[in-house]
Design a protein around this ligand. Sequence first.
Ligand code: SAJ
Length: 431
Amino acid sequence: MKTIETVAVIGLGYIGLPTAAILATNGIKVTGVDVNQKTVDAVNRGEVPFVEPDLGVHVAGAVSQGNLRATTETPTAEAYIVAVPTPFLADRSADLSYIEAAARGIAPKLTGNELVILESTSPPRATRHLAEFILALRPDLSLDGANGAPVVHFAHCPERVLPGRVMIELVTNDRIVGGITAEAAELAKSLYAVFCQGEILVTDDVTAEMAKLVENSYRDVNIAFANELSVISDKLGIDVWELIRLANHHPRVNILQPGPGVGGHCIAVDPWFIVAASPDESKLIRTAREVNDSKPEWVVDKVREAAESVGSEPTIAALGLAFKANIDDLRESPAIGIAASLADRLPSAKILVAEPHVDALPSALKGHSNVRLTVTAEAIAEADIVLVLVDHDEFKVVDSESLVGKTVIDTRGIWRARDSEDLPAANAIAS
Ligand code: SAJ
């Protein structure tokens, strides 16, 4: 089998850029392609346009070694890795237009014997769609060499790295590689083996696509269970964090943590691709999505109840906007929807948002005159109601004294772990 020496990575986002950087620091000549000129310029300066631990060192090193460069034009390469977004459409089926745009860039560059890998999280049969799309543009090429036409190899290799740990998990996680043909899978396996120290498991393309969706649905269903328990516990007047901590002492029970809802581009999205592919059979998966999607509204209702008891013009400190702890990623974050909904429903309230990982409010909140971004201490000091939306480390070390006399709505249970004497328990509402 041939050794791949040049790779083009299409899409320099949260997955494409780390993948490009890790290939480049392992000796592959990598060209990163992105439609955003600012991203391209940043990468060529050796900089990273978003927060991800250790990524900056890899990008700077790869660029200075001359192994990584970025451009807006798809170049000629031996392998193409497509890592573009796959959002969902209004009917919750996947929007494959970014994949198709990447395919339009790749198609004219092919001469035969290249490997095209789809890394974007995709609905079942998206890799085949990509292959058919490219071969429709290039009928002189083929999947199997029929009529002597040069072959292009297509594979799906879903990423499974956890934001915040990407540079570690890219190397250590096991990987699934699914080929439209066995040869495509083996070629893709050999490319990932350049940097992946985990096991590389080979299968067909559709099983690989489903494996990724199933992993995230598994997590979604389990988070939904925790979120449902939090709502039940609230009704029963018991502390859900204590309940879960105790139940998890059972050797075969491991309940996840409730929160204000599920965010991020993966877990809140991927299960819908399974539902869209098999609607009548995906009852549990759909219900879990609905349970998690309904949690933000439940939190909003809790805050409104608390606001009523404070009286007119309450000040609410909303701690955190990111979709999870210690990152700056705001994609699909339930915290943003909650803050926006509070701003709408409580027009006389002042909402002080503290998000240490961003320096400006996202567009969904900018239009609200009663929402302001500030620092944690100031938000808490001014607040009647303190609403924890993200379990950032910075919030965990907040001085308990500063919370005395305030109503605390802690959707992440971060202040539950403290010595109970430290807690402003009389005012606290667990969610
Ligand atoms: N969350 C809870 N309670 C929990 C765990 C998570 O409410 O106990 C919430 C988080 O706050 C966040 C959301 O769920 O809003 C998702 O966070 P996450 O840490 O579970 O996952 P992601 O979206 O950062 O990354 C997931 C990972 N998938 C799995 O763990 C199965 C990651 O490995 C995937 O690579 C990533 O999706 C992806 O790109 O698909």
